[in-house]
Design a protein around this ligand. Structure first.
Ligand code: FAD
Length: 456
């Protein structure tokens, strides 16, 4: 019997796949016995924020990922297709209908039992639970997080994501900012075989220069601004590498000038000198219509945040596409812990899936659950778990999670950039993407054929 801990997107999909392969499964879901700070219902596969599963055409990577999941009999995709609401080329759903469909299908499957309980420890080898899939998501309960930390190593479990604000390009006062890369180095390089634009003349960044007086006024407003409480956790430990700006500011008047606001290497062409301090803006979308404030993760309340950030020269009339925030995101360092089958490297019968495994997003979470479920079932039936080829979107995601650089690991959405490049890729983007999708679906069919032949 397979035990799936967590009945979110990944856990529900994993349980469904396991059961469909003829293996009994228990889903242990803590809601409503124990709530998270964000979920609102006791339904399985509740969407905690947006109702969008993003693009649904084969010319984008997440659309391809969805198609692969459909081919593999995904419950999440079937429910999403049935709960679909109009959203152009994207797949958006009625979140209540979606969760209800998943909950009904999981709960009524003859091989699935849903136990409403919090699991506080990773079941040990002697627990009699094997295989086990941990799919407890970004809001994994504290007790279980602590135990996961013991098992994978404290340094391999992250707790928070800190997000910088994003502003609309049109709302930046270009007469006040200047384009430059630090020391004139254009750090950004177009990846080979992509259509990414060449660096803009003058440098990759827009720089908002401060005089001493402007910095002083900005600093005073920043330290006086009201911070939001990060949902259910006040005693937040931040990684030194991504401290909120207000936390840095409280360490000293000049700390920011030696951190994200450092001006060295950024000559203002109008003065021929380095400004007193600088906020750098980095292009956030290929179209160049959004810019994010570099290193400006913050948890200042949104009203205060807009007021304080509009004191930055050039951003007086900024329109915010997204405010900065710090949110809970519990995830392991996949490259240190996982194999591309979603098994842990140190214990074959222990799997991680979903956001806690180090993927990002609803569809990616469900996709990882899909393969973890199939592989846990394989193990229960005495077969060897299998990875998908990297030419498929699902295989590429698993490869990224298990092979990315562990030193700077960040959860990722599926993108063409993490898929295996095409040999002799055509220059035409549409043609290239069509070939990538065709190759992925061919390779997936072959993989499924091999699985069927070997009885898996
Ligand atoms: C605030 C916030 C906003 C987000 N917005 C988006 C968005 O707009 N779009 C997007 O694609 N992604 C978003 N995400 C990421 C999103 O959480 C994931 O994409 C998706 O929900 C992950 O699926 P999952 O199955 O891994 O986790 P979940 O869907 O969260 O499922 C995990 C389940 O495990 C249960 N659980 C936790 N601990 C235990 C335990 N110890 N025992 C038993 N059960 C337990 C939880 O109750 C939950 O039901 C957001 C995340 C957060 C935190």
């Amino acid at each position: 019997m397979v035990h799936v801990i967590g009945g979110g997107l990944a856990g529900s999909e994993a349980a469904w796949q396991t059961a469909e392969l003829g293996v009994d499964v228990v889903v242990h879901e803590m809601r409503p016995v124990r709530k998270t700070a964000v979920h609102q219902t006791d339904g399985l596969a509740e969407l905690v924020c947006s109702n969008s599963f993003r693009g649904d055409t084969l010319d984008n990577a997440v659309g391809l990922l969805k198609e692969e999941m459909r081919q593999l009999g995904s419950l999440v995709m079937r429910a999403a297709d049935r709960a679909r609401v109009p959203a152009g080329a994207a797949l958006a759903v009625d979140r209540h209908a979606f969760s209800r469909l998943v909950t009904e299908e999981v709960a009524s499957h003859r091989r699935i039992t849903v136990a409403r309980e919090e699991i506080q420890r990773v079941p040990g080898m002697d627990s009699g639970w094997s295989p086990v899939i941990i799919a407890t998501g970004p809001l994994t309960s504290d007790a279980l997080s602590a135990d996961i930390q013991c098992i994978v190593g404290a340094e391999h479990l992250a707790f928070y994501d800190a997000i910088s604000p994003i502003v609309l390009a049109d709302s930046i006062d270009m007469s006040k900012v200047f384009r430059a890369s630090r020391w004139d180095r254009n750090v950004w390089q177009a990846p080979a075989g992509t259509d990414a634009h060449p660096p803009a003349p003058g440098g990759d960044y827009l720089n908002c220069p401060f005089t001493k007086d402007e910095y002083s006024a900005f600093y005073d407003a920043l330290v006086a601004a009201e911070s939001a409480t990060v949902r259910d956790f006040d005693a937040v430990t931040f990684f030194e590498g991504c401290l909120p700006i207000e936390v840095m500011a409280h360490r000293g008047r000049d700390t920011l000038r030696f951190g994200p606001m450092k001006p060295v290497g950024l000559t203002d062409p109008r003065t021929g000198r380095y400004p007193y301090a600088v906020v750098q803006l980095r292009q956030d979308t290929l179209a160049g219509d959004h810019f994010s404030l570099v290193g400006f993760q913050t948890q200042i309340k949104w009203g205060d945040q807009a007021r304080v950030l509009r004191m930055i020269p050039g951003l007086e009339h900024a329109e915010f596409v997204r405010f900065g925030m710090v949110h809970r995101n519990t995830y392991i360092c996949g490259p240190k812990v996982l194999a591309p089958t979603w098994q842990t490297r140190f214990r074959d019968d222990l799997f991680f899936a979903g956001q806690v495994s180090g993927v990002e997003g609803y569809v990616e979470s469900a996709a990882s659950g899909l393969l973890a479920g199939r592989n846990a079932a394989a193990l229960a039936l005495g077969h060897a778990p299998r990875a998908l080829p990297r030419t498929t979107a699902m295989g590429a995601l698993a490869h990224y999670v298990s092979h990315a650089d562990p030193a700077h690991y960040q959860p990722s959405n599926i993108t063409h950039g993490i898929m295996e490049p095409l040999p002799d890729a055509p220059r035409d983007k549409a043609r290239r993407r069509a070939l990538i999708a065709a190759r992925a679906l061919d390779d997936l069919r072959e993989w499924m054929g091999e699985a069927a032949l070997s009885g898996r």
